[in-house]
Design a protein around this ligand. Structure first.
Ligand SMILES: [Cu+2]
Length: 157
């Protein structure tokens, strides 16, 4: 019991309440796919600029911030940055800025919610969730039918 209380005291300051509301989403991944992308709307409700330093997702080896650019008619990805001005919105969407998940260990399932973490330049670490739409999802999957009968409310591993 004493150990639990101590752990709680240590863990609490690490996950701050986020000043940035994140409505994140992704696509289901086909079996064998090793990468995925997170998109979504970032809304900064604070009076300071918020910059993402790192994204962590337990289901992937590594997460990077990418921007898709058109280069002589070919789409390619370069390093990007998530910088949300104070009081402003910032959107990550297909064909533009995204969080790239590399080394995805298990397929992302349609109609699931997954937890991930953001480390901010301010020093805050915040916890968020993304929801998964279908393979060709282009916008936030508000009305996605869960595959396999499990509810959208289900938190996936
Ligand atoms: Cu990418």
């Amino acid at each position: 019991m004493r150990i639990c209380a101590m752990l709680l005291l240590v863990a609490l300051p690490m996950l701050a309440k986020s000043d940035v509301a994140v409505q994140a989403w992704s696509r289901a991944t086909p079996p064998g796919a090793s990468s995925a992308a997170i998109y979504g709307l970032f809304e900064n409700n604070s009076s300071r600029e918020m910059r993402v330093v790192e994204v962590r997702f337990a289901g992937a080896r590594h997460a990077m911030i990418h921007r898709t650019v058109e280069d002589e008619g070919m789409a390619r990805m370069i390093h990007g940055e998530i910088l949300v001005p104070a009081g402003k919105r910032y959107e990550l969407k297909p064909g533009g800025l995204h969080i790239m998940l590399m080394g995805v260990s298990a397929p992302l399932l349609q109609g699931c919610r997954y937890e991930f973490q953001i480390l901010w330049q301010s020093g805050d670490a915040t916890k968020h969730e993304f929801v998964t739409g279908g393979y060709g999802q282009m916008v936030y999957p508000a009305d996605t039918e869960p595959v396999g009968g499990h509810a959208m409310e289900r938190l996936c591993p």
